[in-house]
Design a protein around this ligand. Structure first.
Ligand code: FAD
Ligand code: SF4
Length: 341
C-alpha cells in the first residue's frame, strides 16, 4: 500500500475544500470497499478525507411524506429504521441481503452507492482492464463473465454494479443530494450510475470532488407493498448473481374478486444485469393498467428481457430474471400458486 495522509473535516464544506484543493484526495466512508481496493493496489489515493462521521442529516421524514437519508448513515441503521421498514420494505430487504452485520455497521449509504464493480479482472492489477486503465482491453468478454452484464454493455466493458441498495433506490426514483466544488446539485436515480459506453472507467455522473450528502426517497404510498429478492451462489457474504426490486399497486376488482384486479401502478428494477442498476421501464409500461394476471406478468418480463444481449456463459441470467420478476409480481399481487413460488 502506498503512503497516504488522513484527515477528518468537521463539515461538508470543509470536506469538499479538502478534496478540491488536493488532486489525489478521495472521500472515505466506512472504508469497507476503498481500503480493500487500496490493499489490492487498485486504488492509490494520496489523501483520505474521512466523511463517515458527517451525519448531519440522519434519517428524517420530509414535508412531502418522503425520507431524507444522510450519506453517512450506516447501512445497518438504514435497514433497521421503523419508517423504512414500514414504508419501503424493499429498501430494508436490499440492505439486509448484502454483506454481513459487521460490514453493514461500518458501511455508509454514500459508500454503498459508490462501491466499485466486483469484476475479478478489475480487482487483479496483473490483468488488463478498461475500467482500471482505459485502453488496455476487457478480458472478461472472452473470459470469466458468468456474473457480468446481459444488458447495456459495450465492447469496452461488461461489468455489473454490485450495490443492492442502489437497485431499490432506482426503483423508488430516489434523488441524490450532492455538494461539490461547483456548488450543490441533485442527481436522480436512475441517472447517478452510468452505462459503460466508451468510458467504462467512469461509474457515475458525479463530477470530481462531489460529495454525496444525502439521498431523498420521495413519498410512494404503494411502496409499502414492495419486495427485494436476490439470487446468489450462497446464503451469506455473496454479491447478487441477479436481483430485483418490485413495488406493486393493485386496484381491486368490483366484486372483490382477484380475477378483476388490475395494476394501477408499479416500480421494477433489476440488479447485477448491467453497469448500472436497471430500471425496467418496458416491464412497467406493460404492467400499468393491465389485468393483474400471470399472462400480464409473463408478458411484462418477456418485453423487458427482449433487450438482453447475454454472453456465452451468462445466458442463464435471462430466464432467471424473467422467472424472478414473474414470481415477485405474483407474490405481491397475491396470485402466486405453488408452481410459481
Ligand atoms: C465481504 C463483503 C461482502 C459484501 N457484500 C455486499 C453485497 O452483497 N451487496 C452490497 O450491496 N454490498 C456488499 N458489500 C459492499 C459493501 O456494502 C460496501 O463495501 C460498502 O457499502 C461501501 O461503503 P463504505 O462506506 O465502506 O464505502 P468506502 O469503502 O469508504 O467508499 C466507497 C467509495 O465511495 C466513496 N465515498 C464514500 N463516501 C462518499 C461520499 N459521501 N460522497 C462521495 N463519495 C464517497 C469513496 O471515495 C469510495 O470511492 C460487501 C462488502 C464486503 C467486504
Ligand atoms: S468487464 Fe469492465 S471491469 Fe471487467 S475486465 Fe472488462 S473492462 Fe474491466
Amino acid at each position: 500500500m502506498r503512503p497516504f495522509t488522513y484527515q477528518r473535516p468537521d463539515g461538508a464544506e470543509a470536506a469538499v475544500a479538502a478534496v478540491r484543493d488536493r488532486p489525489g484526495a478521495v472521500y472515505l466512508g466506512g472504508g469497507t470497499n476503498l481500503v480493500d481496493l487500496m490493499r489490492l493496489g487498485v486504488a492509490a489515493p494520496e489523501a483520505l478525507v474521512d466523511v463517515s462521521r458527517l451525519d448531519g442529516v440522519g434519517i428524517q421524514e420530509t414535508s412531502g411524506g418522503g425520507l431524507l437519508i444522510g450519506g453517512a448513515v450506516r447501512n445497518g441503521d438504514l435497514a433497521a429504521h421503523p419508517l423504512v421498514r414500514r414504508r419501503q420494505p424493499m429498501l430494508a430487504e436490499a440492505v439486509l441481503s448484502g454483506a454481513s452485520g459487521q460490514i453493514r455497521n461500518m458501511a455508509t449509504v454514500a459508500g454503498n452507492l459508490l462501491q466499485r464493480t466486483r469484476c475479478s479482472y478489475f480487482q487483479d492489477v496483473t490483468k488488463p482492464c478498461n475500467k482500471r486503465e482505459p485502453g488496455t482491453g476487457c478480458p472478461a468478454r472472452d473470459g470469466d463473465h458468468r456474473n457480468l452484464a446481459i444488458l447495456g454493455h459495450t465492447e469496452e466493458c461488461v461489468a455489473t454494479h454490485p450495490s443492492d441498495l442502489a437497485v431499490a433506490l432506482t426503483a423508488l426514483t430516489a434523488v441524490v443530494h450532492v455538494e461539490g466544488p461547483g456548488g450543490p446539485r441533485e442527481l436522480p436515480m436512475p441517472g447517478l450510475h452510468r452505462l459503460p459506453g466508451h468510458a467504462p472507467d467512469r461509474d457515475t455522473r458525479l463530477e470530481p470532488g462531489e460529495l454525496i450528502t444525502a439521498v431523498e426517497v420521495p413519498a410512494l404510498p404503494f411502496a409499502a407493498r414492495s419486495r427485494y429478492r436476490k439470487v446468489r451462489d450462497r446464503a451469506s457474504f455473496s454479491f447478487a448473481v441477479l436481483s430485483a426490486a418490485v413495488a406493486l399497486d393493485i386496484e381491486t376488482g368490483a366484486e372483490g374478486d382477484a380475477e378483476g384486479d388490475t395494476v394501477r401502478d408499479c416500480r421494477v428494477a433489476f440488479g447485477a444485469v448491467a453497469h448500472a442498476p436497471w430500471r425496467a421501464w418496458e416491464a412497467e409500461r406493460v404492467l400499468r393498467g393491465a389485468p393483474a394476471t400471470m399472462e400480464t406478468f409473463t408478458e411484462a418480463a418477456r418485453a423487458e428481457l427482449e433487450q438482453a444481449r447475454p454472453l456465452p456463459r451468462n445466458a442463464f441470467k435471462v430466464p432467471l430474471a424473467r422467472n424472478l420478476l414473474v414470481r415477485m409480481l405474483a407474490d405481491l399481487a397475491g396470485t402466486a400458486t405453488p408452481e410459481t413460488r
